[in-house]
Design a protein around this ligand. Structure first.
Ligand SMILES: Cc1cc2nc3c(=O)[nH]c(=O)nc-3n(C[C@H](O)[C@H](O)[C@H](O)COP(=O)(O)O)c2cc1C
Ligand code: SF4
Length: 1616
């Protein structure tokens, strides 16, 4: 069944590997076992040898991918660098076994150092430890069997010297026996398992909750039992021997455990009452607390955990921590646990030492941590009397012959050679012999008397033993040996090798003796042999180690010479920075240092590269070769650091003897030749303000810099709000391109090492967040352990890794190493998961998503980079890094141009090293402070008519009030840049208003004696690039004058475009939700403000209150406007009531009916935004897409001449609206969901718009002739309904495109444009055409310039024919000739009209659409009363009036009575008033330059007089007014229009078509009221007198020559 062999442990495990795997990967010599072998399933086991130096065990992946069964033979020295692979194996369900001999760094030690094996204890592999040579074979077998049966990779380890090199009798398990454990079927079953499916981290996390993990512990235990039944050799995962009521127990692993076991057995034979025991740990991972506690007798009082490791956590050893944790879990605090370390100085671990440990435990005073070697020992011999011992020095072969001879006699032999001395034991019994060095040898054979080993060997000779030599010449013996021989009263005998080879202990007594000279007794022995040091580990002393020590030690362990820690190098600790140089602890300090190193190295690479190409460099052949090789390696992408560093050493060696200049230069920088692992070490303080801490810098730099941030704050402590930390991990992961790991040394040591290695390998920024809670001053291991355990267990400190290089390789970048995670992390993963899922399910959209996501990440990165630069500049300024001269930049600005320019100057100045302050002029303190300034720049725009902008008036007043002598400005150097518009006031005499404020500042400062740095700069809106044109020439002069012209400043990144903003917004989310929650301000951040428009709301401020609030130091009176989107302006009475109530509850009490048939509420405070929008949605209306770059509300003629038509066009409008509605979930998430969610990036998909939506707003209308009330020509897309009068059915539409009103004063590239006719389409093609038109604009619209982005410009840029063809192609239709139609006017139909069946409509007059109660007129109350019982609809008209629609005949009288009661039936207004329309403008509209809604009624009143005098009271003249050229009330289609230019001043337009079909033209600019009346009254008079029959006012003014007829948009500005 078993065949006995004489083997060492290494061979024992190799044979098991060969028998039970298909491929043996050897990372060490296979020695005698290199020959091909067969496995138990009858196949040849493939064997391959590899170097342990480069990326060990990476080869195993190939085997695992095909599910063949591999095993690996390894030394523990290669383990650390194999960690990343181990992690992968752990997740691979592979039946892999790795046999590891645990090396000690000390050559002469007889025992192992387990620290490297311990370092991988949390890699997820099972760990089995052998404690005898027989076990090295048996547990190897068990490991293979368990690995195959449980699909778990197993690491089997044993002491390198003691077991792997100890030869003894080993019973090998025969192949047929092995087949009983794993049959061929078992193998096939194993192979049949599909390799683990790639799953997203989120799904793995979710699945883990339901999964019952394989109980590897139980499985191994079962296999051990089966093994015992078949082979008779019993093993347990944890095995106790000793007194059943032991009070003192030693816990140990490996050969040391066997020493302890044999000691305990021996002591108990002599004294059965000794209450001692030993627990041998064989299965170390998975570790079972329960089994451990069960194995140890309950009587135990003290436990000593003995380990042969110098653990790098430096404070506590790993097995000790496991034992502590077990008792802690069991809440057993009575057992005292101590930690002992052996093999620190001593080369052997002996029974006497174990005995010393028990004696120490028995004392009342004992050490918690101790070095076993240092305990006082007493002689103790545990070997049974039949065991014979000898040492043969100088001939290992002979020792083997000696052993073989004994084996032949059926003896049990143990042979172990260390330092040239072979220790032999021979016993007639079976079973493992003591794995300690021989100590009472009956004979020492000195074949080589000169070796140092002779001294040790003689020391191990028993009193009166034999010393055998080959001849009589003893001269070679050292004095020490001689003296010891004499002291031990040894007998010297002469033997020859052949005699010894017979293995007979009897030969010594029979051999010829030599007399020991008596002089030897008195010889002085030189100090020889081992001395036991009495040192104790550092941490045992009183001096506390710096907090970060464990982590720094780990860095050292992993990277050794390559390690470069950039900050705090001179400090005792990050937590206790060097007080003389505190900055050295800061990340910026280290970061700067690292960056400069990286750059220096890049320069060196360049230098060398050039040098090797330069034939005249005079390099020797060797130097040339070494340098070329180095460049090659350094520049190859996949080069490993070891390769580079080898090449670097070669360079240094080769250059030593090279006299060239190149060699000198390179040698001077030889440090830079090798690759370093660059680290910044930081404390958790860095997490309080990521932006300021430098963490953000590293993240955004893209450089290969690693950060280790140690978090010491226990999660059980509460922290103040401002002390609260940001989640750096999440922050960094969101970038996608930063390696992030969250680790905890007391939870997973291996995890930390792995993360450090991955971070180092990642070619970009990495952040390793490491947890090390410090609870109190004398932080005990138990406390730290407990706190770590709790935090990891409850998810407060999750263990995870985010490796972007995996993502690049198409793999899941996130690995979760702990069970539970924080909510926000879960959400992050959920988001990532949604993305993966979506891509998997809908590959066709994946491209779009991927590209948008990529650009999303990229854009985010760009944005953050920009921010980083700013921060950096701030930082420099703050750190005093800016040592340039001071500069103060002051601005005066109404609408932001001058402010932005001032900011630009400030930023650029900062990056040039100046110490900059910048602010609005009125924010500048005392004017007298100017005397203390060095350099001053003023940037000021022009407002009103040559006036100061609002935020510079006070400053100007104060400055202007000074006269020479009031202030000494002799030291002040200044520069002024003014912004203005040379055409704003076009009359020649108004030229003085051009840029007046700028000029005023410039002169005033000069007068007061300040020194001009540069000539006054002027920016003019009329220039090609607006004010930028002037600025570009002025700016260099400024830098020159300040002496910083050539300072290498980075140019600032261009402002985020609207498209970038949209992409970054993640489908319109932005951070609106966060902004809403911010109670510190009433407004939103700029970008969120823009995004908010898509949600139907604008931020505004009450401009009436601006100045007053400013004086009081208050922020502007911010509020919000909300617009409701409802096609055709149709609402139900219930919806009316809802609006009515919301207007009172949250808004300013008024309902505004807009020019585009929508409701608007004004004056809503930020805190009420959500409630208002919810309320609106509750009433089944929506605000989504009421504003923004999307299709907005669709207008429909509200009362049609053929009543049946309305329902059809209304239904059509609803279909188009639904079809073109944005699909983002953001709206729902932000406003309606109960929980605010942080962004489900990829759930969203905009089939029509894509992530950048449209270049600009888009407006659609449907007109039913003869009404053009909707103003078809003012809209991007218009449908003119063509009705079959016979059937009263809408059979189709004439389609128009490209209408639009907005323009900018003085900018001729902007103009209003009347829509163009495309042709007729059948009604059923309406929707598809809308999509075709919208997507054409989406794809061809100008996204570079918002002023040129409307569809009208797209059409004029590309030509109508092209656009038409594109639409036809996209819609798959051909436009037919337009069908005939006729419009009569673009006015509303006031009064009663008949609807379908018995229904009636009443269109009432609401001046400027304002529904609110006045003292003498209360439509708001009236309409509320009506809405309570009205059964029809409320329809908003296109001209801001209201239609009470579908009043059943039965309610007619009641309705009329109510209308009369509230004077709402009053239509007795002049034709002028009935046809007048104004936009909102002041005080809420941010763009307004003049009053509109509040002023038009007055102006109409004044004009009415003229009209009445002319007898034209009933005549309809369309008159429209807007506060700015944006044109919300469609002024450019009116017969008479006023467009605000400055407060009280309007441009006057004449000649629009009465049917809304023709644009008007500028008649006079900037007229004030009186001028308006003076100009217009005579025209009206003439019109009354001279008009032809039916001639509208608009036509008349053209005929009369007041203005030229405007044909289309491009000639709108053509006045000649
Ligand atoms: C209501 C108004 C009045 C203006 N009046 C003048 C003026 O009188 N003289 C002038 O040169 N520019 C005038 N401008 C042009 C502005 O000064 C110019 O557009 C400038 O770039 C605006 O800068 P800001 O955004 O910092 O206010 C006026 C602009 C507006 C909107
Ligand atoms: S036209 Fe100008 S002032 Fe009037 S509401 Fe529109 S943007 Fe505001």
């Amino acid at each position: 069944m078993s065949s006995p062999r004489f083997l060492d442990g290494q061979a024992g495990s190799t044979l098991a590997a060969q028998a039970l795997s298909e491929h043996v990967y050897a990372y060490r010599s296979l020695g005698a076992h290199a020959a091909p072998a067969q496995n138990i399933w009858g196949n040849t086991t493939v064997q391959s040898s590899h170097s342990p130096a480069h990326d060990p065990i990476s080869h195993l992946h190939d085997a695992l991918a095909t599910r063949s069964l591999p095993s690996a033979l390894l030394s523990s020295n290669a383990l650390i660098s194999a960690i990343p692979h181990l992690f992968k194996f752990a997740g691979s369900q592979a039946g892999l076994v790795i046999h590891v001999s645990a090396e000690s760094d000390k050559n002469d030690s007889s025992f192992a150092d387990f620290s490297k094996v311990m370092a991988v204890r949390q890699s997820g592999l099972a760990l089995l430890s052998s404690s005898t040579v027989q076990e090295a074979h048996d547990l190897a077998v068990i490991a293979h069997v368990a690995a195959i049966k449980t699909n778990t990779p197993i690491l089997h380890f044993f002491d390198s010297k003691r077991l792997s090199h100890e030869y003894t009798n080993v019973d090998l398990v025969d192949q047929e026996v092995l087949l009983k454990f794993v049959s061929k079927e078992d193998l096939e079953a194993y192979k049949a398992i599909e390799p683990a499916q790639a799953q997203t981290a989120y799904l793995q996390y979710k699945a883990a909750a339901d999964k019952t993990p394989v109980n590897v512990y139980a499985a191994i235990q079962e296999i051990m039992v089966q093994f015992a039944t078949i082979t008779g050799r019993h093993y347990l995962p944890l095995e106790y021997s000793g007194h059943p009521e032991a009070e003192h127990v030693v816990v140990a692993m490996g050969a040391g455990a066997t020493v302890a076991e044999q000691t305990v057995n021996h002591v108990r034979i002599a004294n059965p009452d000794a209450k001692i025991g030993v627990l041998k740990v064989r299965l170390y991972r998975p570790w079972s607390d329960t089994d451990f506690l069960e194995m140890i007798p309950n009587s135990v009082k003290r436990v000593a955990v003995l380990e042969p490791s110098q653990d790098y956590t430096s404070t506590w050893n790993p097995l000790f921590l496991d034992v502590v944790a077990a008792y802690q879990t069991a809440q057993d605090e009575d057992v005292e646990i101590v930690s002992g370390q052996y093999g620190v100085e001593a080369r052997d671990f002996t029974p006497a030492m174990v005995d010393a440990v028990f004696r120490m435990l028995a004392q009342s005073e004992f050490q918690r941590r101790f070095v076993v070697d240092a305990l006082p020992t007493q002689a103790l011999h545990v070997l049974p009397s039949d065991v014979k011992q000898a040492i043969i020095v100088g001939d290992e072969k002979l020792a083997h012959s000696f052993a073989q001879a004994n084996l032949a006699q059926n003896k049990t032999v143990q042979l172990y050679t260390v330092n040239g001395a072979s220790h032999l034991r021979v016993s007639s019994r079976k079973g493992a012999l003591l794995p300690s060095l021989v100590s009472e040898a009956s004979a020492v054979v000195l074949l080589d008397v000169t070796t140092g080993a002779a001294v040790d060997a003689i020391r191990s000779l028993a009193q009166g033993g034999f010393v055998a030599v080959q001849n009589d010449n003893l001269d070679g013996l050292s004095n020490g040996v001689k003296k010891t021989i004499a002291d031990k009263q040894a007998t010297i005998v002469v033997v020859d090798a052949q005699q010894v080879a017979k293995g007979d202990f009897g030969i010594f007594s029979q051999a010829r003796k030599i007399q020991v000279p008596s002089s030897w007794t008195s010889l002085e022995a030189s100090s020889a042999g081992a001395q036991v040091a009495s040192s104790t580990p550092q941490a045992n002393g009183t001096g506390k180690l710096p907090v970060e020590t464990p982590y720094i030690k780990m860095l050292d362990q992993v990277f050794a010479d390559r390690l470069e820690i950039a900050n705090a190098v001179n400090s005792a600790s990050i937590w206790a920075p060097d007080t003389t140089k505190p900055e050295t602890a800061s990340p910026e300090y280290g970061y700067g240092k690292l960056l400069s190193k990286i750059q220096q190295r890049a320069r060196l690479i360049d230098f060398v590269e050039k040098a090797v190409k330069d034939t005249s460099a005079g390099l020797s052949a060797d130097a040339y070769k070494a340098l070329s090789q180095w460049v090659l390696v350094v520049k190859s992408a996949g080069a490993q650091s070891k390769q580079v560093n080898d090449a670097a050493s070669a360079v240094v060696a080769a250059l030593q003897s090279d006299a060239s200049a190149v060699a000198k230069e390179v040698l001077a920088q030889k440090d830079l030749l090798s690759v370093k692992s660059n680290w910044l070490i930081g404390s958790d303080a860095w997490a309080r303000d990521i932006g300021q801490s430098g963490v953000h810098h590293v993240i955004t730099s893209g450089e290969n810099v690693n950060m280790l941030i140690v978090d010491t704050i226990p999660y059980s402590t509460k922290v103040e709000r401002e002390q609260r930390k940001k989640d750096i991990g999440l922050y960094a992961m969101n970038f996608g391109s930063v390696y992030v790991a969250s680790v905890a040394v007391y939870s997973s040591y291996t995890g930390v090492l792995n993360a450090l290695m991955e971070a180092d390998a990642y070619q970009g920024p990495s952040i390793v967040l490491a947890f090390l809670p410090q609870l109190n001053a004398d932080n005990s291991a138990v406390d730290t352990l407990k706190e770590t355990k709790i935090s990891v267990d409850n998810g407060a400190w999750p263990l995870y890794r985010w490796n972007p290089s995996l993502e690049a390789a198409g793999k899941e970048p996130f690995t979760l190493d702990s069970q539970r995670i924080k909510k926000d992390l879960e959400k992050f993963l959920e988001r990532e998961n949604h993305f993966s899922q979506l891509v998997a399910q809908q590959p066709d959209i994946s491209k779009l998503l991927v590209s948008s996501l990529e650009s999303d990440v990229k854009k985010r990165h760009e944005e953050l980079k920009r921010k980083a630069r700013e921060d950096y500049a701030n930082l420099l300024a703050g750190l005093g890094g800016a040592n340039g001269p001071p500069l103060t930049v002051l601005f005066g600005s109404d609408n932001g141009n001058a402010e932005a320019l001032a900011k630009k100057i400030a930023t650029r100045a900062k990056s040039r090293g100046l110490q900059v302050k910048w602010m609005a002029m009125d924010d500048y303190g005392d004017i007298q402070d100017l005397a203390g300034e060095t350099n001053l720049v003023i940037v000021c725009s022009t407002a009103g008519q040559g006036e100061m902008p609002g935020n510079s008036r006070e400053f100007w007043k104060a400055l202007n009030g000074l006269v020479v002598g009031d202030i000494n400005l002799a030291e002040l150097r200044y520069a002024v840049f003014g912004l203005g518009d040379s055409h704003y006031w076009p009359r020649e005499e108004d030229a003085v208003f051009y840029n007046r404020p700028g000029k005023q500042f410039d002169t005033k400062l000069e007068t007061l004696g300040a020194v001009r740095l540069v000539e006054l700069g002027l920016g003019d809106d009329q220039d090609a690039d607006g004010f930028e044109t002037g600025f570009q020439t002025w700016q260099p002069e400024l830098w020159k004058a300040l002496g910083v012209k050539d300072v290498g400043a980075e140019d600032d990144v261009p402002k985020l475009t609207d498209d970038q903003m949209k992409i970054n917004s993640n489908y319109l989310r932005g951070t609106i939700a966060e902004d809403l929650a911010d109670e510190s301000t009433g407004c939103l951040q700029e970008i969120n403000g823009k995004l908010l428009k898509f949600h139907g709301s604008y931020g505004q401020d009450d401009r009436d209150l601006r100045e007053e609030r400013k004086k009081q130091g208050l922020e502007k009176a911010y509020s919000f406007m909300i617009r409701v989107r409802m096609p055709g302006g149709v609402s139900t009475p219930a919806q009316w009531l809802a609006m009515d109530e919301l207007a009172d509850t949250y808004a300013n009490g008024a309902i505004k009916l807009t020019t585009r048939q929508a409701f608007q509420l004004h004056g809503i405070l930020k805190r009420n935004l959500r409630s208002t929008i919810r309320g609106i949605n509750h009433s089944l209306l929506s605000t989504l897409a009421a504003c923004g770059d999307v299709n907005r509300n669709i207008m429909v003629t509200p009362i049609t001449e053929i009543p049946e038509v309305h329902a059809q066009v209304q239904e059509f409008s609803e279909k188009v609206m639904v079809h073109l509605a944005p699909q983002t979930n953001a709206y729902h998430e932000i406003w309606l969901a109960d929980e605010l969610v942080a962004g489900h990036a990829v759930q969203d998909y905009e089939p029509i718009y894509g992530p950048t939506y449209l270049p600009r707003k888009f407006k659609i209308v449907i007109a039913v002739p003869p009404n053009n009330d909707v103003d078809i020509y003012a809209h991007d897309l218009g449908y003119i309904a063509i009705v079959d009068p016979a059937t009263k059915k809408v059979i189709g539409y004439n389609v128009t495109i490209g209408g639009g009103m907005g323009m900018t004063h003085g900018n001729k590239k902007t103009y209003p444009r009347p829509a163009s006719m495309l042709g007729y389409i059948p009604a059923d093609k309406g929707v598809i055409v809308s999509e075709a038109v919208v997507t054409t604009q989406r794809d061809y619209g100008d996204r570079t310039n918002r002023k040129h982005a409307r569809f009208k410009y797209t059409i004029d840029d590309h030509g109508l024919d092209f656009i038409k063809a594109e639409i036809e192609k996209r819609a798959g239709i051909k436009f037919e000739e337009p069908r005939p139609f006729e419009f009569k006017d673009n006015a509303d139909r006031y009064g009663w009209s008949k609807g379908v069946d018995d229904k009636w409509h009443f269109c009432m007059f609401i001046e400027n659409g304002k529904v609110k109660d006045w003292p003498d007129f209360q439509p708001k109350t009236g309409l509320r009363e009506l809405a309570k019982w009205h059964k029809g609809e409320f329809r908003l008209s296109p001209n801001q009036h209201l239609i009470i629609a579908n009043v059943p005949e039965a309610d007619l009288e009641k309705t009329k009575a109510l209308l009369a009661k509230y004077k709402m039936d009053n239509l007795a207004f002049s034709g002028l008033r009935l046809n007048a329309m104004a936009c909102v403008a002041l005080p809420t509209c941010g763009l307004a330059m003049a009053e509109s809604e509040r002023y038009l009624p007055t102006l109409v009143g004044l004009l009415e007089q003229a009209i009445e005098e002319a007898g034209l009271r009933e005549d309809a003249i369309t008159i429209r007014m807007t506060g700015c050229p944006n044109g919300c009330a469609r002024p450019y289609l009116a017969e008479l229009a006023f467009v605000g230019k400055a407060p009280g001043a309007y441009n006057v337009y004449l000649g629009g078509g009465h049917k809304g079909e023709r644009l008007n033209k500028l008649y006079k600019e900037s007229l004030r009221e009186e001028e308006i009346l003076n100009e217009i009254k005579p025209i009206i008079k003439r019109y009354a007198l001279e008009r032809q029959a039916g001639e509208p006012f608009g036509d008349f003014v053209i005929r009369a020559g007041y203005v030229k007829k405007t044909i289309t948009g491009t000639d709108f500005h053509d006045l000649s």
